[in-house]
Design a protein around this ligand. Structure first.
Ligand code: 13P
Length: 287
């Protein structure tokens, strides 16, 4: 059964580790992440962007697929199904479809409007026992076609949003989605420490988990980050493994063209990436 992300994140914050959010795009991705979480006895959050939700036919299909897998793969670790960077309307649709968690990304609205919309969604999520993530300070890079600047969040604004009763808060600390440029100055730990001090026990979320050096990940966790989002790294691993399979001509041998065989190396590569991240984040054995 899907669970809200609240309990797993409160435990992670107390235990000084982070739960990984891995974004899904299709059945193979989902199966790879769920089976790895089960193998490592780790809690996990499946992220679904609005674009990926559309690609997979819609949110009801996603809920049906994930619930079916939880049962048929005998998954017993805590799993949350979470809308990633949702619009207000998208969040309402996911709640209706059976997601156990949503992110409302109101970071591009003026703070008063971000607060108003977040407040309404918090009330709905609370009444249904769902977790809700809010964002302050845009995360850099591309999110479903929108390019952000990677600004740092204002700790006062973070406190205002945290006080609305959200479950977890994504605060921009110079993090970027996708690949980091060579001249990236690194995470702003001063911002993270200031935000952490303002919001107390609230679990903090680090987006753009691909390509952040390990020491920075560990420092971020020590300063209150308890959820880390990874998407691009799984995509890159999938692409490289699929390319290697084709370039080796394996799709031309025997039944190598069978989609189940064609997708297998990429799926294994996702499993390896998820395993590596769960070990780095410290969530192994925490289910
Ligand atoms: P990356 O694409 O950098 O891994 O970030 C994922 C993310 O933050 C999704 O919200």
């Amino acid at each position: 059964m899907l669970v809200s992300a609240k309990e797993m994140l409160v435990k992670a914050k107390e235990g000084k580790y982070a739960v990984g959010q891995f974004n899904i795009n299709n059945l193979e991705w989902t199966k790879a992440i769920l089976s790895t979480a089960q193998e490592l006895s780790s809690p996990v959050i499946l992220g679904v962007s609005e674009g990926a939700g559309k690609y997979m036919c819609g949110y009801k299909t996603v809920v049906g697929m994930v619930n079916g897998m939880l049962e048929e793969l005998s998954i017993t670790v805590p799993v949350a199904l979470h809308l990633d960077h949702g619009t207000y309307e998208g969040a309402l649709k996911c709640i209706e479809a059976g997601f156990s968690s949503v992110m409302f990304d109101g970071s591009h609205y003026p703070i008063a409007e971000n607060i108003e919309k977040t407040k309404t969604l918090v009330a709905i999520c609370n009444s249904k026992g769902l977790s809700i993530e809010a964002e302050v300070g845009a995360i850099g890079g591309e999110e479903d076609g929108v390019i952000g600047n990677g600004e740092c969040a204002d700790p006062e604004e973070c406190k205002m949003i945290a006080d609305l009763g959200v479950t977890m808060l994504a605060a921009g600390i110079g993090n970027i989605h996708g690949k980091y440029p060579a001249n990236w100055p690194g995470l702003s730990f001063d911002t993270l420490a200031a935000v952490s001090e303002k919001v107390g026990k609230m679990p903090l979320v680090l987006h753009g988990g691909t390509g952040i050096p390990e020491d920075m990940i560990k420092k971020a966790i020590s300063l209150g980050v308890s959820k880390i989002n990874v998407n691009t790294e799984c995509q890159l691993a999938f692409q490289a493994a699929t390319r290697a399979y084709i370039e080796a001509g394996k799709d031309l041998q025997g039944k190598g063209f069978d989609p189940r065989k064609l997708l297998a190396p990429g799926t294994e590569a996702i499993k390896a990436t998820v395993k590596e991240k769960m070990q780095l984040f410290g969530s192994v054995g925490k289910a």
